[in-house]
Design a protein around this ligand. Sequence first.
Ligand code: CA
Ligand code: CA
Length: 233
Amino acid sequence: MAEHNRICSFEALLRWRHPERGLISPVEFIPIAEDTGLIVPIGAWVIREACTRASQWPNHVRVAVNVSPVQFHRGALHETILRALADSGLAPGRFEVEITESIFLEGSETTLKLLHSLRSLGVRIALDDFGTGYSSLSYLQSFPFDKLKIDRSFIQNLLTREGATAIVRAITELAHALNIETTAEGVEETAQLMELRAHGCSSVQGFLFAEPMSTADVERLFKEEGGVLQSVA
Ligand code: CA
Ligand code: CA
């Protein structure tokens, strides 16, 4: 969500509706999928599905997909994304890979090589949960990320803790200087939105505008509302 409440992107989130156990939280099944390596085929399916769906949306709307460290290093990600883009016809610039700093734990040289190979496809790379890791700033120097996603913990404390306000301001200023977009995560209140806009944050996401929705609801939104969300607060 950017200025004027225009939708600019959707983040793909996986949900598992089990026939007997009902809705199973990703917090439960993602770690198991990572341990067993099943995250690789599941992640590839998510990438294909996200590309196919997004190819039906208006041309200015992107889709962001979370990629886990296991999938990043062992998932033949370059080929998976290349094929998904080719099969769906989605323009590469409309596909955004969200990674966290933890992908660098495997060694920064191999990681950077992989990041550059993804970049060569023309897709965008976002650094997720920014500010929560140990050495975020050094990564900004080593790779030209397209976007920083400011972790929700800072947004939650934005109006109540001076420290959080200073951090958010520092991140947005730094990103601006480096020509990187920013997205604030977990925005729930109008006052937070105003504060973020004052700091020059380029886009926001959170319950203030919408709860997670099904792809059918996303399509309905474009058809019936013209792709504009009103804040619900
Ligand atoms: Ca994410
Ligand atoms: Ca996040």
